[in-house]
Design a protein around this ligand. Structure first.
Ligand code: SF4
Length: 221
């Protein structure tokens, strides 16, 4: 086991016994996250649902199926991206997590971001967006106004992380109009991800996007 694997095992172990917030009372299995710990693409969603709680895995319910479809029709395998949430235990009756719970779970969220050290970090929905953009010092004004734009930031000591907010796939399950928005946003994610995985872009090198957009806002590109 290398150092990263040891750290990941420690996170999984800590989550499995965690009682930092009230959500531990409702979980069947905690859902720390899954994926390659050196992935260039990290997705952060909201909270486990019923199926995730049963299996201890993220994005395996109906919203997860849509999420995987959004990836795989674009040639990105689920197994090559890292997926986690801002809380790791299922809220009762699938209610939204509150700010205190997101904060209580944030030590794991931060540890996972630092461990995976992604080039692209995609937030799914308002809870993930609000927390991660807050970390980056960018005012969060709601997913419908923030989504579909790239923000290049330094985050937790990581240089030049591309932040991209979009809707949570669950939103498209009850509002079909959101599916086309997600399609558009996942096209944008794929475009940059493919560039990165082809090694066209290094962390310190000027990026194609930098070249194309030139001097724009310090954060938004
Ligand atoms: Fe711990 Fe996070 Fe579960 Fe709360 S949601 S009990 S902080 S692992």
């Amino acid at each position: 086991m290398d150092g990263k694997e040891v750290l990941w095992s420690k996170i999984v172990s800590d989550v499995s016994t965690c009682t930092r917030c009230v959500l531990h009372r409702y979980r069947t299995k905690p859902v720390p996250g899954e994926g390659p710990i050196d992935s260039r693409l990290l997705f952060i969603g909201e909270a486990p649902g019923q199926k995730e709680d049963e299996e201890g895995r993220p994005f395996v319910g109906p919203a997860g199926k849509l999420f995987v479809e959004l990836l795989e029709v674009r040639g990105i395998r689920r197994s090559e991206v890292f997926i986690t949430n801002v809380v790791r235990c299922r809220p009762p009756n699938n209610r939204e997590p509150n700010d205190d719970e997101v904060l209580a779970c944030s030590n794991y969220t931060l540890s996972i971001i630092k461990l995976v050290s992604p080039r692209i970090l995609v937030t799914l929905g308002n809870h993930a967006g609000k927390f991660i953009f807050g970390l980056a010092g960018i005012k969060w004004v709601g997913v419908s106004r923030m989504r579909g734009r790239w923000f290049k930031v330094d985050l937790l000591g990581l240089k030049d992380v591309y932040l991209f907010p979009t809707y949570h796939p669950a939103t498209a399950l009850y509002n079909p109009n959101i599916k086309s928005v997600l399609d558009s946003d996942f096209n944008a994610i794929k475009e940059l991800y493919i560039s990165l995985t082809k090694n066209l872009i290094g962390r310190k090198a000027s990026t194609l996007l930098d070249f194309i957009v030139g001097d724009r806002h310090q954060h938004e590109i």
